[in-house]
Design a protein. Sequence first.
Lengths: 446, 284
Amino acid sequence: MIGCRRGVSGATIAGMVKHPSPGLLLWRRSGVVLLLALVALVAGCSPQRESRTLVRFWAMGVEGENVQKLMPEFERRNPTIEVQVQMIPWNAAHEKLLTGYAGSSLPDMCQLGNTWIPEMAMLDALEPLDPWMKRSSSLRDSSYFPGIWSTNLIDSLLYGVPWYVDTRVLFYRSDLLAKVGYRKAPVSWEEWFDVSAKLKGSGAADYAILFPTANEFAPPLILGLQKKSSLLKDGDTYGNFSGREFTDAMRVFHSFFRNGWAPVKTTQIVNIYQSFSAGLFAMYISGPWNIGEFSRRLPPELQDKWMTAPLPGPDGNIGVSLAGGSSLVMFRGSAQKAAVWKVIEYLSEPEQQLQFYRYTGNLPARVEAWRDSALASNTYAAAFFTQLNHVTATPKVPEWEQIAQKLRESSELVAMDQLSVEDAMAALDRSVDVMLEKRRWMVHGK
Amino acid sequence: MFFLTPALAAIGVFFFVPVIAAFVMSFTDFDIYSLGKIQYARFIGLRNYLQLVEDPLFWKALRNTLYFLVVGGPLSIAVSLAAALMLQAKLVRFTSFFRTALFAPVVTTLVAVSVVWRFVYHPRYGLLNYALSFVGVSPVDWLGDPQWAMPAIILMAVWKNFGYNMIIFIAGLQNIPPQLYEAAAIDGAGRWQQFTMITIPMLAPTTLFISIITMIGYFQLFAEPYVMTQGGPLNSTLSIVLLMYQQGFRWWNMGYSAALAFVLFVFILVASVLQSRLQKRFGT
């Protein structure tokens, strides 16, 4: 059946010519193609099937597993398109994309974490989507959270359509906070410090908050964003971590450890759900996947004793958080761009977004989808909706992942008191400047 | 010469060309930008190598690798020798069964093995902590504690690899003429004397071969930490090859990664030469 489809599809053959394959293979393939076409004619394939175009779609981990369930409906509506979803494990995804690019074997479309967009855009692997957006009857940029939308723009060109969104909010034990007089989560930094001191001082919890410095860069990064640090400077060619804003944020981060509000040795905490239940800590900054995990893993008697809230901010208002999530992108080398765009439009429909949320727990990118009862009635998701209107993008440079990892290492050193805040930030800037040397050469040098 | 041409051509294309290409690459800053446009690659002389010397991660990886080598290597050889001696002992029955059983880990895929070992090392439900609880040792988070992660990796690697060396030792043992033992017994040598005066010296060439092969293999530690710990916690199981992989394929710093590869090559070369010199001098 596949041969039948491929054999007569003009688009596939055009695609083969565009990606030059070894002559022998091409010859052999066209031989096979001819033969199959003949067989197809004789066997009398239905004309509909003959013209089906194949869209190869890479999706990661759980998303890949679940997006497949949405595809039969798409194929029913678009009988001429077949979507082939290939699952890529998350921890191999980045390597796979780069080697796919190097070996020109990228698919037609892909799910891309929005911090990876700058890298793939720089490689010129992605198709700018502005013309497609303009012609679209169903997609508007106003249907998306502005902070998330902007992560898909590189030099004001659109490279991805947000698929699902991700940010960090405060998870907390409402019963423990109530014990020290907080009926609601802290809104400002002042309240946050106050509740931390009280939680620790009264012994309501062993520690006020958990910052897993051994594997997460998000908390110190968020504090820096809340202090309005630019993170990088001079057209994103130098580190700006030793600048005043980030240093201030890092001092605040350090004070949580210095005051004993946060545990320094986090590797001892093997299971955060157990520790959270046992009252080892009362607050935790985390993402949407933990709504599901907390509901599943916390004991039943604690189920009405935890809540989520937007992050506290330095100026007394809601603080900003990370603009995470995944977007749907179209690869420049694809020969089926119109079909790819149809898939993107389909997956962006509010109904499909909601269905995907039900399967995976991933929060929908389309604001319209949030009005549905499933999400509107979820009290834990409400904090995320509020937070998603207060998110800031991180610098759009390919080196960002690497820089964020370095930031995590530095924050760990600060937490363990192995370096002072100033020394750690100066050292961080030095290594970031080394990473950005190439970028400086490309931006300034030419 | 004519008949060798196909083989030589294959070696040339698939071995020498990549090695030379990698060597040239180690003097460039080939990275993610160069992947898009090759013009963005520059010759930078020795800068990769200089940067490497200043990189704390490189030293950390080198220390970890040496730790693994110095502790794991001799341990692995000792275990192999002990197993070989036991299998050669006349008292043991079912030797072919045990030989197969002890060799089995070598041919098992590492990914399957590491899944099992992750259960063994589990801090709460693991077999190892359960066994240790009988002698009053409180639970250890084997793979999560920076101090214990490397010993845990060593233990698993030794278990996984000793069978191979054991087979070679068995071959070596079978090559020792039995007359030597008979003569020694007549001269009144005990078991221990026979072992130190006959078995050990007669095994010297085998041991040299095994120690060089083991060292080369252990220098290239990669799969165990890659599957079990990803180099963590706190980079305590980051090996040189794992660092090379991360730099090369995760961050696509190919030039830097190639420089690392050649530094590792020099280390292995020097260590191999040194080892064979030492063995010659202390003339066995």
